[in-house]
Design a protein around this ligand. Sequence first.
Ligand code: NAD
Length: 420
Amino acid sequence: MADDAQAINPFETAKRQVDIVADLLKLDNGNREILKHPKRELTVNFPVRMDDGQYRVYTGYRVQYNMARGPTKGGIRYHPGVTLDEVRALSAWMTWKCAVVNLPYGGAKGGIICDPKHMSKGELERLTRRYASEIAPIIGPEMDIPAPDVYTDSQTMAWIMDTYSMQRGYSVPGVVTGKPISLGGSEGRGEATGRGCAYVIREAAAHAGVKVHGGSVAVQGFGNAGSVAANILHDEQHAKIIAVSDSKGGILNPEGFNPHAVEEHKKKTGSVVGFPGSKPVTNEEILETKCDILVPAALENQITKRNADNIQARIVAEAANGPTLPDADKTLYEKGITVLPDILANAGGVTVSYFEWAQDIQGYFWDLEDVNRRLEKVMTQSYAQVHKTALEYKVHNRTAAYVLAIQRVVDAIKIRGIYP
Ligand code: NAD
């Protein structure tokens, strides 16, 4: 993490973002206060039997930030650094992300303070099932629908779905998304984030006068989101992928390389580093590579006020959550770089999660072509709405995305009225 990113309480950041947009929208104090408070927070402390026969008590959270627009949606994170304020912030950001792509959802997030890298599969299963049982009173297809996040995956979702279903006495696939296909998961979910990001890049490039066909692309973080974005930009939009990286380092070839071959190399060797015909670059250098499109797809806080001035891309598409710090954002804007903010650029994942839930509820499943066609429509329309909002309010895309999202949430609050 960059020095200037340390000691920032994420929930304070989330509330500050609300204030900025509330000023722009001239919101009254009542609505402003509603938007700065999570609706419901559950803390659970629960014992888990470890492999050595001892019991350990774990703490978990589930925060449902705002449900004015529909049931809440958001991932569950397993990490030693989970805090209630982090979960609150993430649940707020999920609220805005769902609203910016106009899904009929509010936002939520969950987490357990634990160290999954040092737990056996059996311990993780018992942890997951007990946590699922503890939060069961407040989740469900009509109420709050969890999904995978950091160090949770489709297996975790399968355990939650099973635990919840056992308590109900019948199968409830729509209680979580990100499930294996055999349990009611959706076609296309695995690549949805990268694919959605590539669609948004295509739309933004057309507005910014940047050619994707033959244009150069650098991707920091060649994981799920980053590698899929690179593959689609290469295969479908004919861009040149000139630089990619992972936690072990990066590679560069100004002539471009085939991202599928890089993926194969990474599968075989564990890293993109050493790919034939490439020159090694560091993760810092990759951000400053001369290219048309930069896709930060690794960690948060990568573009800071120290390197923002050195960014040479014309478009920065945030596949990762929170890769750009606020000071850096200002610099990028002043340099005339088009930033596609995370809540828009990586919303393809939650969009196909929404499709998964819709398919589960209908008990009728779509093919991959259908899923991708609908995803393309959502991402294209959402980009157009963010762009229009940016022009209307004379703000950059990040603020525009927040304005659009928060306006939608406020509209729902107002038209519903305050109970009783
Ligand atoms: P992943 O674990 O599949 O990939 C992350 C990649 O980043 C890996 O290749 C890893 O080696 C690399 N990495 C780690 N540390 C790095 C460093 N210091 N420098 C450069 N690369 C580094 O994860 P993912 O699912 O692709 O998620 C990546 C980002 O996208 C995260 O911020 C995540 O929150 C966000 N995101 C993902 C999804 C999704 O559906 N996968 C949805 C929304 C947002």
